[in-house]
Design a protein around this ligand. Structure first.
Ligand code: F3S
Length: 390
C-alpha cells in the first residue's frame, strides 16, 4: 500500500506506540482488502460499549489506551451503553464498570452527547463523505440513505481509524464496489414498522451482497417513513453482512453503479414470518434509537390504543441523546398518556436494552416491532421478543 511521508512516520513509531499500532491495524486490514492507499475520514463511530459485551478485558483495553495518552483525531461518536450506565442493576459492580467504560471513552475524545446507534441524528454526514463507522444499522443507513461511504467496521478498527483520522480505500469507499447483486420487487405497500422489519430480515437472508429494492411506502409522515426505512435497513444488516442497499429513487445518484443483468426476486407479504405466539406487558421502542419526531409520532393516540389492545402497560423507549432538548415536551406527553391510557413510559437516551441483561431486571419477554431487536434480543438480553404490528 502506498503511504505518504507522514503515514510512513506514524507507522515507523515516530509519533508514539499508540498511533503506530493504530496505523498498523488499519494498514493491515486495508492490505487484506486490496486497498492501494489510505483516505481521510470526517467521522468515526465506535461500537462495543456495553459492559455485558466487552467485559473487564474491553474496559482494561480502553483504560490502557487512555493511560498511554490516546486521543481521537476526528469527530467520533459511540454506540449506546447497557442499562447499567443508568445504574439499573442491583449489582453495583456492573453499574460501576459500565460507567467507567463511558467515562474512559469520553476521556479518549468521544462526543459525550453521542452514545447512540443513530449517529447521523447527532451529525448528519453529507453525500460523498468518507466515514469509519461500526454499528451495522448506522453503516447501512449512511451508505444507502445519506450517500456517505463507509465499510462496516468492527469496534476496534473504527477506534483505530478514529485515532489516526484515516481508513483504507477499499470496499464501500469505492463507487465501483457499490453495485447491486439482485433486484428485489416488493409486491405490497410497506405500511408498518413490523412489516418493514420482517421484510428487511427476509431480504438479508436472500441477498448475496447489495440488494436493489423497488418498493412503495405508505407512511403518515416523514418520521414514519424514516422509521420504515431505518428498520428495514437495520434488519437487512442483522441477517446478512450487507453494508448497503440501493433504494429505488431514494439512494443518492452517483453513489452507486447500476447493473441491469442481475437476478430479479419478487417478495410477497405472505412470505414474511409474523409470530404472535408470545405475550408481555412491556413494549420496547427504539432499536435503532428514536429521534424526537419519531417519538412524537409513536406517542399518538392511535398507537396507544393498539398498545392497550396488546395488554401493554409499560413502554421502554431508547432514544438518541439529543432528545433531552425536548425534555419538557416529552414529559408532558408522557403525563397525558399515563392519565388517559394508564401506560407508564420510560425514555432512556443513550442506552440500549438489547445489549443489556434483561433477565437480571426480571424481564422475561418483551414486545417490539423492530426487526433488529426481534433478531438479537433473546441471545443478547435473555428476554423473549414478541412481535407487535405497528
Ligand atoms: Fe441500537 Fe441497541 Fe438496537 S445499539 S440498533 S438499540 S441493538
Amino acid at each position: 500500500m502506498y503511504l505518504n511521508a507522514i503515514e510512513e512516520k506514524i507507522l515507523s513509531g515516530e509519533y508514539g506506540e499508540v498511533l503506530r499500532k493504530a496505523m498498523e491495524v488499519v494498514v493491515k486490514v486495508g492490505e487484506v482488502l486490496g486497498a492501494e492507499r489510505l483516505i481521510d475520514i470526517t467521522h468515526a463511530h465506535i461500537s462495543g460499549v456495553s459492559y455485558f459485551n466487552i467485559g473487564d478485558d474491553g474496559l482494561e483495553f480502553l483504560k490502557d489506551l487512555k493511560q498511554r495518552g490516546a486521543k481521537v483525531r476526528v469527530y467520533t461518536t459511540a454506540n449506546p451503553y447497557s442499562l447499567a450506565g443508568l445504574s439499573l442493576y442491583k449489582d453495583e459492580n456492573i453499574n460501576k464498570k459500565q460507567i467507567e467504560i463511558i467515562k474512559t471513552l469520553i476521556e479518549l475524545g468521544i462526543d459525550p452527547g453521542s452514545f447512540t446507534c443513530t449517529p447521523y441524528e447527532i451529525r448528519r454526514p453529507s453525500i460523498g463523505e468518507h466515514l469509519a463507522w461500526a454499528e451495522s444499522s448506522a453503516v447501512i443507513y449512511a451508505n444507502s440513505l445519506l450517500g456517505a461511504f463507509t465499510n462496516r467496521e468492527s469496534g476496534i478498527t473504527a477506534l483505530m481509524s478514529a485515532l489516526i483520522g484515516k481508513t483504507y480505500d477499499a470496499g464501500m469507499h469505492r463507487v465501483e464496489n457499490r453495485v447491486a447483486t439482485e433486484e428485489i420487487h416488493i409486491q405490497f405497500d410497506i405500511d408498518s414498522i413490523l412489516f418493514a422489519s420482517l421484510l428487511g430480515l427476509y431480504i438479508g437472508r436472500v441477498t448475496k451482497g447489495i440488494p436493489y429494492i423497488k418498493a412503495r411506502y405508505r407512511a403518515e409522515n416523514n418520521a414514519m417513513l424514516n422509521l420504515f426505512l431505518k428498520n428495514m435497513l437495520a434488519s437487512i444488516a442483522s441477517t446478512s453482512n450487507s453494508s448497503m442497499a440501493i433504494l429505488d429513487s431514494i439512494t443518492p445518484p452517483n453513489t452507486f453503479k447500476r447493473d441491469d443483468h442481475i437476478e430479479k426476486i419478487s417478495i410477497d407479504e405472505k412470505e414474511l414470518k409474523y409470530d404472535v405466539a408470545c405475550q408481555s406487558d412491556t413494549l420496547l421502542l427504539g432499536c435503532p434509537h428514536l429521534s424526537y419526531e419519531e417519538i412524537m409520532t409513536l406517542f399518538r393516540s392511535k398507537y396507544m390504543e393498539i398498545f392497550k389492545r396488546y395488554g401493554i402497560n409499560k413502554i421502554v423507549v431508547t432514544a438518541v441523546s439529543n432528545i433531552i432538548r425536548y425534555d419538557v415536551e416529552i414529559k408532558e406527553v408522557i403525563r397525558r398518556i399515563r392519565a388517559m391510557y394508564n401506560i407508564d413510559i420510560e425514555v432512556l437516551p443513550g442506552a440500549c436494552a438489547v445489549v443489556s441483561n434483561l433477565k437480571m431486571l426480571k424481564i422475561e419477554s418483551i414486545y417490539t416491532p423492530h426487526g433488529k431487536a426481534l433478531h438479537y434480543l433473546y441471545n443478547l438480553s435473555g428476554a423473549m421478543p414478541c412481535s407487535i404490528n405497528v
